[in-house]
Structure formats: C-alpha cells, structure tokens
Design a protein around this ligand. Structure first.
Ligand code: FAD
Length: 614
C-alpha cells in the first residue's frame, strides 16, 4: 500500500470541467465563460492545449462554413449534404444546430488572428469546395487555444483523465473526474457540477498500414486514444453509431489529404492502366445500396467502395492524376503548401520516394478504420438535442447532455453529427458550454458530491500498473519480457490484431460476419482479463496503459454495434458479408448501446431517425 499512500492527491473544484482542450474543448471553455461570468471553469488536457488534438500541426482549410452572410449556403443545405453522405442516418437536429451557429465561430477565429484566404475578385472567403474555406492555418490551434486560456479559470495541462466520478447520492449524475499528471505522477480529483467530455476520436484501435518503426504514422492523430468514448461508456452513457467507423482514401504512406487536390486543383483518379474506374462499379454498387449511388455528391463510403473493388479486381494501384494540374505553377504551389500547413510528412515521403507530382502521378490507398464523430462519420455519445428543434424522442434535458445528468459532450465525442470538422467541433463545444452553464445555474442547492471511497479505490487502480512493474521486473526472463505482466505496447498490438482480423480492418478487406465478430468479442474479453496485469515502467508508460484501456473499451463497443446492425449500410467503410446489402426497411435507424460496468454486458437497441428537413 506504500506506493499509493505516498502519492500526492490534488483536489480541484469547479462548476464546469472540460475534459480535453482540443477544438471542441476550447469552444466549450470559451463559451462557458461567456455565459457563466462568475463560474469556475476548468479545462484539463493530457498534452498542452497550445498544440494538442487533431489540429495540433495546423490545417489548410476549415471544412465547415456556410457563408450565410453571402447567401452561399443555408444550414438546411448542410444537413441534406451530411445526411446524404452518411447514407441517410444523421441526427438532423444536432447537425442543424451546429450549421446555424458555425459561421459566427469562424468569424471569431478571424477576429482572433487566423488568416483566412480571400477571393481577390469578390472579397469573400476563398472556397475550396462548397463547404470548405482556405486558411493559412499552421497556427490555427495556438490561436484557438489562446481564447480558451483567457476564458478558463485554470487550464491543467499534462493530466490524463482516466475515469469519471459519479454523484454519491444520485447514481445517474456525474460529479467529476480523476486522472494523473503525466510528468509529476500526482493524482487529481476534479469535483465538478457539470462535466463536458471533448477528448477527441480514436486511432490505433485497428492495425495501421504503417507498422514497426512507422507505427506512429496514422491518418487520425496517434494520440487520439478513445477517451471520448471510454469515459462515458464506463459511466453508463448510451452510445450511438459506433459501428460507423471511417476509412479514408489518402496519399499512400504519408496519409496526405486529398480534399484540396480534388476540389481546388481539380485532379482526378485513375487505375494502374490509366483508366477511369468509378463508373465501372455503378451497377454493382446499385445492387447493394439502391439509389444512394445516384446521389450528389456520391457518398464518401461509396467512392471508397469503387476504389476497393478496382484494387480487388487486380487493377491497382489507384493513382491521383497530378501531372496535368501541376503544370500550372499556382496549382503546384497550392499542392505543396497544402501539405506544409497540415501534413508535412507527406511532402517528406514524396521526396524520399522520388515522387515529384509534376512528373509522377502519386499512389493513393485506403486507411485503416478510425472511430470519430466529427468527420465523414458519426460515432459517439447519444445526446439530447436543442429544445427549439429536436423531436421529443431526442430531448431529455439540456442540449448536448448525454443520458447521464450533468454529463455533456462535443466534437468527436457526440454521435450522429457528421461533417462538423474543426469549426463545427468548436461550435458544438460552445453549444455544450452554454447548456452546461444553464444546467449548473438550475442546480440550486441540489449539488453533486463525490464519494471518497470511489476515488480512493480508483487511485489504487490507476497506479497499480507501476506496482505490477516493480514486482514483475524481478521475473524478467529476457529483455523486457516477464511472465507476470504485459506491457502497453503488447496489449496495443494484440488489440489491433484482433480488430484487424475479426472486426473489419485492412487485413480482412474491411469484411466481417457473425462468426468472425463472435470470435473477435471472445478474444477482446480475454484481452480485457489480461489488462489487469498491465505494467508501467514509468509515468509515460502509465499513460499508455490508460490509453490502451480506453481503446479496448471503445473497440468492444465498435464490435458490439457492428454485430447488432445486420446490414451493410456503408460499403467502403466495412462489409457485413452475411448481410451484404443496405436494408432500409429494418435498419433506417440509429443503433444505441449501454454498457453495464458491473456485469460487463452490453444492452443494444434501435432509435428512430427523424427527417426534419425535406
Ligand atoms: C489529419 C487530419 C486532417 C483534418 N483536416 C481537417 C481540415 O482540413 N479541416 C477541418 O476543418 N477539419 C479537419 N480535421 C478535423 C478536425 O481536426 C476535428 O474535427 C477536430 O479536431 C475534432 O475536435 P475535438 O475537440 O473533438 O478533438 P481534438 O481536437 O482532437 O481534441 C481532443 C483533445 O482531447 C485531449 N485528450 C484526449 N484524451 C484525453 C484524456 N483522457 N484526458 C485529457 N485530455 C485528453 C487530446 O489531447 C486533445 O487535445 C482533420 C483532422 C485530422 C486528424
């Protein structure tokens, strides 16, 4: 017990606790202060909000901007677009709510110093596509973080949150969170009246294409470790659409983005023999999904589907035709700058592989699957909608409150709302922040309180891997191998292999069936048993332990949802080989799950999809 009693415990009290200071967390912190002038608003982040989250290295475009001031698009248009891209299934109330507020967010970014490119003729923001505007965005995150820093009562950097704390008298009410400082090892108990989870998406739950020395190279941020899902899941919050993992078509080996290439440079793809291939798969795809293939724009997953089929037919690799566009010096500059502001690694990969896109058409590939709620996909927590717009089935409390009292979410955390991207995630954070302030103000004397036994037990659980290492290292047989513990990297690789082979990763051509999923779930169960023996050599490894714990729980949720939805709704993202077609009759609905941490059981149900916009 000595190890735990010596460790310092720091108590932090707040009215609103924001977990994760990425785009959504910065939005939540900023807006909580705006509406809650006298409230104590605390933001806790496992890295440093200055450069944390998926926008850490900058972006070249803001992908969600309506342009209502110039009547370019209306919020309804964006809902139609997202609904179409997600094969009919989005929370239209939540999407509309973001779309109607997102322009004001972007205007704030500009006011705070973000350089947004302008069309020299019209003076409007320079469009890359219908929804995207182009920015000089290398410093996007520091600019946004500054606003959050000024708004917060205090930002706690370098603290990894591991568990939420529940109210000791009301079981379905949140009361705070616990975590540890990844530099000092201090244990933190955050007591708060409301909690907003904005901890990003999940990479590294499926085996990545880059392994070994390249395993840190993934499309979504490698540090997006599924806390956004595991924290609410463990607390018993309902989740939605967790089967809706995303697969990205990207430049090979560097995961360089293709959006600016397609939309702005007007480059296009061809197979290894220089042929257009998407139209070849039209009849085949129509067989699977009906007239979703006739929608404009063609849904992202269906474009992946044509790519995958063409490669399976032996006519890969698929290439992006850059040679034509790059003859124009302006387009050539834009093509390179696109990477320099966002994915510098792609430029380095091309240089190292002798690829000059002016002379060589670079290869594309499809990524391993990721789980997130803000891109062309919408996995996440099931949340209450805006009171002026959400149907009654989608409303049980405050806007963006999960099925747990006082627990809010935003960005990748919240399910059902695809295509919010960086600006939409910040906007959703603002929406959640405002609602959380209302919740806190309405609490009156009914304040939540944490249970001392609960956080003391968690303290022991959180630091146990350090003790496992202290004891187990005496039995090391070779190198770092000990019969009595597993290291986080071993657990991670085992998880990625299970997910890859049984839950639809690259190794299985994104294909699953019931027997595969059943076995995958059994193997995940065995992995969970072994996680009790995780060992951490130092605080860095302790962080890896808890990231792995979060990834495993989120993965289990993905597998359970994939098993439940007996159709192939998004070919190109994944295939249920035993139910190969889209089935609108039985599955034009959301899937919901609730995890019971006492029994380890998952309760699954369907929820209706309401089409509010015609
Ligand atoms: C490669 C790439 C390209 C993209 N391109 C674009 C683009 O061109 N345009 C665009 O608009 N959007 C783009 N996006 C999308 C955009 O980055 C995301 O939509 C947005 O960042 C999601 O916001 P978020 O707050 O949910 O997550 P994040 O911004 O990732 O923030 C999550 C935060 O939570 C922290 N955290 C995680 N776990 C914990 C924990 N347990 N305890 C404490 N803190 C924790 C993380 O460190 C991080 O700071 C891109 C994303 C990627 C990865």
């Amino acid at each position: 017990m000595g190890l735990f009693s010596r460790r310092k415990t720091v108590f932090v009290d707040s009215d609103i606790l924001v977990i994760g200071g990425g785009m959504a967390g910065c939005g939540a912190t900023y807006e909580s202060r705006y509406w809650g002038r006298d409230l104590k608003v605390v933001c806790v982040e496992k890295a440093n909000i200055e450069r944390s989250g998926a926008v850490a290295q900058g972006l070249y475009a803001i992908n969600c901007y309506m342009g209502m001031q110039w009547d370019e698009n209306q919020p309804e248009d964006h809902v139609r677009y997202a609904r179409n891209d997600l094969m009919g299934l989005v929370r239209e109330d939540l999407g509309y709510d973001i779309a109607r507020h997102v322009d004001s967010t972007v205007h704030k970014f500009e006011e705070w110093g973000l350089p947004i490119m302008k069309d020299p003729e019209t003076g409007r923001y320079l469009r890359e596509g219908q929804w995207q505007i182009m920015i000089h965005g290398e410093s996007y995150k520091p600019i946004v973080a500054e606003a959050a820093r000024k708004a917060a009562t205090k930002v706690y950097n370098r603290i990894m949150v591991t568990h939420l704390l529940m109210d000791k008298s009301k079981t379905n009410r949140v009361a705070g969170a616990v975590g540890f400082n990844v530099r000092t090892g201090d244990f933190y108990v955050f007591r708060s009246k409301a909690v907003i989870v904005s901890a990003g998406g999940a990479s590294h739950i499926f085996k990545p294409r880059s392994v070994g020395e390249g395993m840190g190279r993934t499309w979504y941020a490698p540090w997006s470790s599924a806390s956004a899902y595991a924290l609410p899941i463990l607390a018993g919050a309902k989740m939605t659409q967790m089967e809706n993992r995303i697969v990205l078509t990207r430049f090979k080996d560097g995961y360089g983005p293709v959006g600016a290439y397609f939309l702005h440079l007007k480059t296009y793809t061809e197979n290894a023999y220089g042929e257009e291939y998407e139209s070849k798969w039209y009849d085949h795809t129509k067989e699977l999904v009906g007239d979703y293939i006739d929608r404009h724009p063609v849904p992202t997953c269906l474009r992946n589907h044509a790519f995958l089929e063409e490669v399976k037919a032996g006519r890969g690799p698929i290439r992006m035709v850059t040679k034509e566009a790059f003859q124009d010096p302006h387009k050539e500059t834009v093509g390179w700058e696109n990477f320099l502001g966002m994915t510098i690694g792609q430029a380095v990969v091309w240089a190292s592989q002798n690829i000059d896109p002016k002379h060589t058409n670079p290869e594309l590939t499809t990524s391993e699957p990721y789980v997130m709620g803000s891109h062309a996909t919408c996995s996440g927590a099931w949340a209450s909608g805006p009171d002026d717009y959400a149907p009654s089935d989608y409303q049980w409390g405050y806007n963006r409150m999960m099925t747990i009292d006082g627990l809010f979410g935003a960005g990748d955390t919240i399910g059902g709302t695809a295509h919010k991207f960086s600006s939409g995630s910040f906007t959703e954070g603002r929406i959640a922040g405002k609602a959380a302030v209302n919740y806190v103000n309405d609490l009156g004397k009914e304040q939540p309180a944490v249970d001392e036994t609960e956080y003391n037990d968690l303290k022991k659980t959180i630091f146990q891997p350090l003790e496992n290492y202290e004891v187990g290292r005496n039995e090391i047989v070779a190198g770092t191998v000990s019969p009595s513990y597993i290291l986080p990297i071993h657990g991670l690789q085992r998880l990625e292999k299970i997910m890859d082979e049984y839950v639809g990763g690259i190794g299985a051509h994104y294909t699953v069936n019931e027997p595969l999923l059943t076995r995958g779930l059994e193997l995940l169960d065995m992995l969970k048993e072994d996680l009790e023996h995780l060992a951490a050599e130092d605080l860095h490894q302790l962080q890896r332990v808890w990231e792995l714990q979060h990834r495993v729980l989120a993965s289990e949720s993905v597998a359970q949802h994939t098993m439940f939805r007996t159709e192939t709704r998004w070919p190109g993202y994944y295939y249920r080989a035993d139910h190969p077609k889209l089935d609108d009759k039985d599955w034009h609905c959301f899937t919901l799950s609730r995890y019971d941490r006492k029994t380890g059981e998952w309760a699954m149900e369907k929820a209706p999809v309401y089409h509010i916009i015609d």
